[in-house]
Design a binder for this molecule. Sequence first.
Ligand SMILES: [Zn+2]
Length: 81
Amino acid sequence: MILGVVRNLDQNGRVQIPIEMREKLNLDRDLPLNVYEENGKIIISPVSPVVRKMCVVCGVIEVRTDREVCTRCMNRKGIFG
Ligand SMILES: [Zn+2]
């Protein structure tokens, strides 16, 4: 059994996905996720396939679903607003 990060469900049934996992898979806010149950486990995965892409600004290759710019460039102030 793989023991990951332990999180509690809140009163509305929500659970927070750890920031490390969100960054690794580049799960941005409002990204559609597929949630289903399988053999007693809850599976959450991006609706769109996750692929590795090269950033058009800096050339870094990272996992992204749809953007052409990496997370670092996206978060840099002044480049995208
Ligand atoms: Zn970049």
